[in-house]
Design a protein. Structure first.
Length: 202
């Protein structure tokens, strides 16, 4: 049995053959009661978001088990490459279409991923799987959906600068949430805030 360990900011990820075991780790700087409550609620919320995505027919890892007491999730291991490694000028539109569909469906269902980077997408052939719902939450606010889109835009700019503009425009053109116009109006405001913040830091 092969096994490896990845330590993240919020959790330890154990990879064991066909399973991913994600355990939220204790934060020493938090008051113990608050730490326990946060780890339990975030584990429960992540599991709920994944289960909702599965019920919507989206490509996410299957949830094998959830232990709120142990702050632990067991998930199906999706084999493939991170999109960060697989993305190129010949496939960015195809993958962008899948990202747009995913965002449309989760936003209409009131799910905000909040960490949609190309490291949190697995390219299994031509099919994209979306992973790591550790920062996800539930909201129908256009502002939260706009921030979700903006975080994707920033991630593309950071890791894929030569493709980011074309790919993000493609995502936006295919994004079709029920409140699309309101979300895109909020996105322009969020983008403007980001540009103004960057100017102030120069």
């Amino acid at each position: 049995m092969s096994s490896s360990l990845i330590r993240g900011a919020e959790a330890e990820i154990h990879i064991k053959d066909s399973l991913i075991i994600k355990k939220r780790i204790k934060k020493g700087y938090r008051i113990t009661e608050i730490d326990l409550r946060l780890r339990k609620s975030r584990t429960k919320r992540e599991a709920k978001a994944i289960e909702k995505c599965i019920s919507l027919g989206l490509s996410v890892p299957k949830l094998v088990s959830c232990s709120e007491k142990d702050f632990e999730l067991s998930l199906e291991r999706v084999k493939g490459k991170q999109l960060r490694q697989a993305l190129n000028k010949t496939n960015f539109r195809e993958y962008g279409d899948q990202i747009a569909v995913f965002l449309t469906v989760i936003h209409d269902a009131g799910i905000i991923h909040h960490d949609l980077t190309t490291s949190n997408m697995i390219a299994a052939g031509k099919k994209l799987f979306f992973i790591d719902f550790g920062l996800s939450f539930f909201s129908h606010k256009p502002e939260d959906k706009a921030v979700d889109l903006h975080l994707l835009e920033r991630a593309l700019q950071s890791k894929h600068p030569s493709l980011s503009d074309k790919m993000f425009r493609n995502v936006i053109s295919r994004y079709n949430a029920k409140d699309k116009e309101e979300v895109l109006a909020r996105l322009r405001i969020v983008q403007s805030r980001g540009r103004n913040k960057a100017k102030r830091s120069d």
